[in-house]
Design a binder for this molecule. Sequence first.
Ligand code: NOJ
Ligand code: CA
Length: 547
Amino acid sequence: MLADPWWRDAVTYQVYVRSFADGNGDGIGDLRGIREKLGYLAELGVNAIWLNPCFPSPMADAGYDIADYREIEPSFGTLDEMDALIAGAHERGIRVLLDIVPNHCSDRHPRFQEALRAEPRSAQRSWFWFRPGRGPGGDLPPNNWQSYFGGPAWTRVTEPDGTPGQWYLHLFAPEQPDFNWENPEVRADFVKTLRFWFDRGADGFRIDSAAVLMKDPLLPDLDPDAGPCEPHPYNDRDGIHEIYQEWRAVADSYDEPRVLFGEVWIADPQRFAKYLRPQEMHAAFNFPFLRCAWDPRALRAVIDQTVVFHRPVGAPATWVLSNHDVTRHVTRYGRADTTFDFDDRGHGRPVDLELGTRRSRAAALLYLALPGGAYLYQGEELGLWEVEDIPAELRQDPMWERTDGVNPGRDGCRVPLPWSGARPPFGFSTAGDRQAEPWLPTQPVAWTEYTVQAQLDDPDSMLELYRSALALRRTEPGFGSERDPLRWMDSAEEVLSFRRGDTAACVVNLSAEPIALPPHEAVLLTSSPLTDGGLLPSDCAAWLKVG
Ligand code: NOJ
Ligand code: CA
């Protein structure tokens, strides 16, 4: 029998390229910086890295506005550098996943520029969603759709003859025009892009905004109270499934399996699972788990639901606590409200970082013990928190500007990583001391104690906790193997206690009091020390070897 493909239970480390490591000293993280840190990633014990978009981009949305899908952003490197990075990663047994953005491109993309120069209703415009406006003189947008970043989802263009003209659709910023996926040329162009990177050795793709590609061609007004965050139901029709079936066939046509994992923000489990049928995407992000409160009942429910809705389609579950769009979980778990909400980031509300850190350590042992793939966002292994005091003039996220500062945006989880030394920029550049200020110069001075250098070999550090857990995932098959189901053990309601395989178990104490551990042969790892009497304290987790 063939071994299960690697991606079913891989631990994937998300590299936010411009904030990971700067290889040439210009203050911007880059591919060379990543290559120089491959040893760190290998020792951490991850199986794959996922790079946020690193293609040429004017950076109106941090690279999610792509001007050329088959090149490398010059401030990040070159195609040769990417080849070297992929080769170097493969030598260390690390797979490399890229980030593809099919819903929209940059307004600087040659196809959009051509469309702007062309006539209304021309073939060039049919790559996008150009429509006449409503009202006298076409002064009003074609419908009431709002963009996810705030403000209308339509922008009016000036026609080549200088008159006010058609409007184009952008579900995100105006610099991110939406592609028209009804157009077969758009589809063919993306298949070309997939093959381009697969042929260069990329092991897979994260698919950005994977469930919003299709638009009802009638462009009906939407219920303004429905909330902007759920993809329009039109996406459930066959069109989008055909796209992913085609992509899946491309990915599966390679000898070594390639993976497609989607960013699918759909709350309804059944609807979500439609995107994960055996001939569609291989996996998708588990946002319900990420958003869940640090609460035993809510966590148990979301874990059970995840397992139940993945089972019939045969896709592995995924487990994730943070990413580049989300308030870092050390901060979230240190607040009174521990859930995450894109529209209300809890910014500025009181936070107890010590409590958040303690819970994050326990949460790491929880999610790394669950069956399926795990996604780790750079810096969580260092216990970094959200940087909330970024001055307005340094903020870069379009969310901040487009909501007039009502939404602080996502810069606080994108601050450059601290590697070494006692002062910012904490060795962010691998090019030595001669380095420009980082692009987001807001590392807290308190990160002196959170650098990689400070945490390596400190047995109590977050980094060592992650390294130990990832090592155990390899040596204790129960934790690592996705096919070993999760079996709940008897426990108090405030305790999550489950077995994996024949000999592995995980216990998380979310009650207010220390608890006795269930019968076991050995304690493999704990998120904080046991009490003198051998009890598991509140907000702590343990991995056990059981008989
Ligand atoms: C989701 C990405 O994760 C986010 O960073 C980006 O702004 C939007 N999609 C638009 O591409
Ligand atoms: Ca650089």
